[in-house]
Design a protein around this ligand. Structure first.
Ligand code: NAD
Ligand code: UGA
Length: 477
């Protein structure tokens, strides 16, 4: 068996996966130089900032890693050519969103960034390079990458370039990324070239026990990633569907989840009801799965997975309707406080956040929103809401008339509002002093807790009317 000596790694894509993953690699592999390269100069500049609060991604534990290893064996750069040509191993960690136009629009993954990366690798790499798919990709993408690598090389170049393509999907979850990377449930490596697989698994072996490193064929590895996300998302749609049933029957979702979760075959994790799953991946990966199933003429399988997305969309709109109904069927001109805008706690990521569609529904109904999130930057909230088409179109241009405002504290956001809607389960929301908050609000004052994350006794004593997900009891009502 050949032996590859990995001295330099290049990671294409300095995003939510590339940044944290390579920071953890750098911390365990002091003898490997890692260049993270991105076409987005602003992002690279932000990673290179002296001030950790400027880093583009908020992730617990990440700042220390970056500050400890950056400019030692971890570098952020826009110099794609040199980073690729010097690398023995290249990770493709670019975005793979759902296609918005052309064949498969609305379902298939858009692979243009993956293809561009493969073309750049073909152009700039030297001799033999191990190319690792880190991005989440449709089954058989490795074949496409291999074709591009082989066929798009510079014909004038005398040197024969060779490649080994591996699939090594990432299973980290945002907000927990460093812990997930330091102590993964498993590391999956798919491929044909035993030497390349060994080179990659030797890197992981520096901190991951051997029994957790799973080696499969490349197609199983690609499909396992899509399937894992589909199973996780399915669990949330299952619990959310039961939460709706609890609300009309008198059952309590917390009690039901405890009861079903104690069955070891079901397990207690990932059973929290909520406003619907968000994040950049669950929806896109299931859409991709649906597309693949239809492509292979497995219509029943495609419909089955589509159902997971249908319930998720229904959950979001159901929550908007609950809020309007309890506020006497009319929220026009009312001020509603939104607590949390990130798609989950401990991240500043708002991609596909359920908060976006719920806020849009409430704005459509004429509400004025005051939004507070401890980590999401104002520009993201504005970008996510600004394409709303309503008669209130002048809200961005006309500061006086804005129909949503982002506030720096819960108190400021809650002032003069009729209701508080909790959409992200930030820890600090469980500590809110409700006695203090209710004094700032109009009466009757409502709390809609879509995450079941606050202290109901305290909120009840303060005098709030409370609706909480998966429970038919309206406290104080
Ligand atoms: P991201 O959008 O945060 O980052 C991708 C980066 O790639 C961007 O900064 C972009 O500028 C850069 N890029 C795109 N094309 C490039 C090119 N040709 N050359 C250099 N840079 C380029 O995306 P992400 O959240 O890090 O996700 C990346 C992949 O990982 C996706 O396939 C996603 O499904 C998968 N994934 C994401 C997560 C997650 O938690 N976000 C977890 C597991 C897997
Ligand atoms: C998810 C997977 O958990 C990761 O394993 C995977 O690597 C990643 O997608 C990916 O491929 O991008 P992530 O989206 O970061 O990770 O976060 P999750 O913790 O899975 O949460 C996703 C959404 O489901 C969030 O909106 C969250 O609030 C919601 N959720 C999660 C619930 O509503 N209830 C739960 O019990 C768990």
């Amino acid at each position: 068996m050949k032996k590859y000596n990995i001295k330099k790694i290049c990671c294409i894509g300095a995003g939510y996966v590339g940044g944290p993953t390579m920071a953890v690699f750098a911390s365990h592999c002091p003898n490997i130089i890692i260049n993270i390269v991105d076409i987005n100069k602003k992002r690279i500049d932000a990673w290179n900032s002296k001030n950790a609060s400027d880093f583009p991604i908020f992730e617990p534990g990440l700042d220390d890693l970056i500050l400890n290893f950056r400019d030692k064996n971890l570098f952020f750069t826009t110099d794609l050519q040199n980073s690729i040509s010097e690398a023995d191993m290249i990770f493709i960690s670019v975005n793979t969103p759902t296609k918005t136009k052309g064949i498969g629009a609305g379902q298939a993954s858009d692979l243009k960034w993956v293809e561009a990366s493969a073309r750049q690798i073909a152009r700039f790499s030297k001799s033999h390079t191990i190319v690792v798919e880190k991005s989440t990709l449709p089954v058989k993408t490795a074949e496409t990458i291999e074709n591009i690598l082989i066929s798009s090389q510079d014909k004038e170049c005398n040197e024969l370039k060779t490649f080994s393509v591996l699939s090594n999907p990432e299973f980290l979850s945002e907000g927990n990324a460093i812990k997930d990377l330091q102590n993964p449930d498993r590391v999956l490596i798919g491929g044909e070239d035993e030497s390349a697989i060994k080179a990659l698994s030797d890197i992981y072996l520096k901190w991951v026990p051997e029994k957790k490193i799973l080696k499969t064929n490349i197609w199983s590895s690609e499909l396992s990633k899509l399937a894992a996300n589909a199973f996780l998302a399915q669990r949330i749609s299952s619990v959310n569907s039961i939460s709706a049933l609890c609300e009309v029957t008198g059952a309590d979702i917390q009690q039901v989840c405890k009861a079903i979760g104690m069955d070891k075959r079901i397990g207690s994790k990932f059973l929290n009801p909520g406003p619907g799953f968000g994040g950049s991946c669950f929806q896109k990966d299931i859409l991709n799965l649906v597309y693949l199933c239809n492509y292979y003429k497995l219509e029943e399988v495609a419909n089955y997975w589509q159902g997971v997305l249908n319930i998720n969309n229904w959950q979001k709109s159901r929550i908007s309707k609950v809020i309007v109904n309890y506020l006497f069927g009319n929220i026009s001109g009312k001020k509603i406080t939104i607590l949390g805008f990130a798609f989950k706690a401990n991240t500043n990521d708002t991609r596909q956040s359920p908060c976006i569609s719920i806020c849009k529904d409430l704005l459509e109904e004429g509400a004025h929103l005051s939004i507070y999130d401890p980590k999401v930057e104002n520009y993201k909230i504005d970008n996510d809401l600004k394409d709303l088409k309503t008669e209130n179109q002048d809200y961005v241009e006309n500061e006086e008339n804005r129909v949503w405002i982002n506030y720096p504290s819960v108190e400021q956001a809650a002032s003069e509002s009729d209701a508080i809607v909790i959409l992200t389960e930030w820890e600090e929301f469980s500590q809110i002093d409700w006695e203090k908050i209710i004094k700032l609000m109009r009466r009757p004052a409502w709390i809609f807790d879509t995450r079941a994350c606050i202290d109901y006794d305290k909120a009840k004593r303060a005098g709030f009317n409370i609706w909480h997900i998966g429970n038919s009891l309206l406290i104080n009502k």
